[in-house]
Design a protein around this ligand. Structure first.
Ligand code: TRP
Ligand code: SF4
Length: 328
């Protein structure tokens, strides 16, 4: 069976953009592929080295959120990167054959370095996409669901696979392909990209009252001052969410009534809140339940780690043979 692999850095809680744009896709992939999903905690250290204290909590919370959203540990292997030391070993070996220029030209390297105000002149940060390559190819993943911004990283992984095969004369790996997921499908409450740093996200961890409050405060069509002013749903964020969470019929009704000025924004928002709660309520409850029972969560993570380690260590045996490293 073809392998799918993807990971997330534990730098924050998940929001409805992740739910609709990423996790729904991950859940569907479980039915057709051997899926590996992991928390990229080592990757998080590259930029969060001065703020590592929340990495553990976020790791647990994200895994609970994955499970709540429908990832099934019987079907997918769910694990934490730092539990599988083989990733680090492969990263080290790959670093011996990776031209510096290949890493220096990766666009995310230059962009993030310019954007973040902290010192990212580290060895680890330059190697970020190479560690990602190791994550992917150690499981011989064929498909990697990622956002558009990650495509250069998958390209690098393909180049490294070819170089490894060429230099060591042994075909150990599979060249991975990206499956683009559209995280930007869900916009933030202010119409920008949904992001923790823009303070415009609805989190899976938000209590019901907070979700209600956020929706009631969302920006709508600025031209609507009075309730019966005709609206422009196509530019309204609330309408954008209705399209994601309400039935086609309801969407049509809201569109017509908004344009006619016969539905008020508050009513429209409260209806949206109900629709979002239908989806979010059970996810939130399951998430909180899982987090209240850490032992079960730890068992799931350990079990996933065991399965991941089996695959990773068998690949490393092949790698050690290929590079003539003594494996006693
Ligand atoms: N770089 C990815 C991101 O920021 C996270 C990640 C790390 C990843 N290793 C991976 C994604 C391997 C896919 C495959 O989103
Ligand atoms: Fe937006 Fe709904 Fe108000 Fe129309 S009625 S502007 S769709 S919130």
């Amino acid at each position: 069976m073809d392998v799918v692999l993807s990971g997330m850095r534990p730098t924050g809680n998940l929001h409805i953009g992740h739910l609709k744009g990423v996790l729904e896709n991950w859940v569907n992939l479980q039915e057709k592929y051997r899926c590996f999903y992991f928390i990229a905690d080592w990757h998080a250290i590259t930029t969060e080295y001065d703020n590592i204290f929340s990495l553990k909590d976020y790791s647990f919370e994200i895994i609970a959120e994955w499970l709540a959203a429908g990832l099934n540990p019987e079907k997918s292997v769910l694990f934490i990167q730092s539990q599988i030391k083989e990733h680090a070993e492969l990263h080290l070996i790959l670093s011996m054959i990776t031209p510096l220029a290949w890493l220096e030209r990766v666009p995310s390297y230059k962009e993030l370095k310019a954007q973040l105000k902290k010192d990212l002149n580290t060895y680890g940060f330059l190697g970020y996409p190479l560690l990602q390559t190791a994550d992917i190819i150690i499981y011989k993943a064929k498909y990697v669901p990622v956002g558009e911004d990650q495509v250069p990283h998958i390209e690098l992984a393909r180049e490294i696979v070819r170089r490894f095969h060429y230099i060591f004369k042994r075909e150990v790996f599979v060249e991975p392909q990206e499956l683009i997921n559209d995280a930007a499908r869900v916009k933030g409450l202010d119409g920008r990209k949904m992001s923790k740093s823009y303070n415009n996200a609805i989190f899976l961890s938000d209590p019901s009252e907070v979700v209600r409050e956020k929706i009631l405060n969302a920006v709508t069509d600025p031209a609507r001052v009075r309730k019966n002013d005709p609206g422009h749903p196509e530019i309204c964020n609330v309408f954008h969410y209705h399209k994601l969470f309400s039935s086609a019929e309801e969407v049509r009704e809201i569109e017509t009534n908004c344009k006619k000025g016969s539905i008020g924004c508050v009513e429209c928002k409260l209806r949206l809140f109900e629709k979002i709660e239908e989806v979010l309520g059970p996810v939130r409850e399951k998430r909180n339940q899982l987090l209240a029972d850490k032992d079960t969560l730890v068992d799931i993570i350990k079990e996933g780690g065991k399965k991941a380690r089996e695959v990773a260590s068998s690949t490393m045996e092949e790698v050690r043979k290929a590079v003539s490293v003594i494996d006693l």
